[in-house]
Design a protein. Structure first.
Length: 114
């Protein structure tokens, strides 16, 4: 059983920062990648950023230059540092772990006020 627990969401004013964390636990044998996705009301879930097993990074255009994904491999934890937040960043942010299967966290709400 694999469990992902996200934390760090909240309410912030435009221009502010938040740091999300996602801790993975359970029977994790080989991680292909971990990443952050988000889903705004009425919209489809979209990829924000991923980090591969070799620390390769990918960012959606909306995240480039403002967000930074990082990983503590010893703790099976990833982080998403979000700076210069905009109201359009408001969404539920989900953590995803890909091994031979795909696992999702329960999500953490990020609300950016204008």
């Amino acid at each position: 059983q694999v469990q992902l627990v996200e934390s760090g969401g909240g309410l912030v004013q435009a221009g502010g920062s938040l740091r999300l964390s996602c801790a993975a636990s359970g029977s994790i044998f080989s991680i292909n990648s971990m990443g952050w996705y988000r889903q705004a009301p009425g919209k489809q879930r979209e990829l924000v950023a991923t980090i591969g097993s070799g620390n390769s990074l990918y960012y959606a255009d909306s995240a480039k230059g403002r967000f930074a994904i990082s990983r503590d491999a010893a703790k099976n934890t990833i982080y998403l540092q979000m700076n210069s937040l905009k109201p359009e960043d408001t969404a539920v942010y989900y953590c995803r772990l890909i091994t031979s299967q795909s696992y999702w966290g329960q999500g953490t709400q990020v609300t950016v006020s204008s």
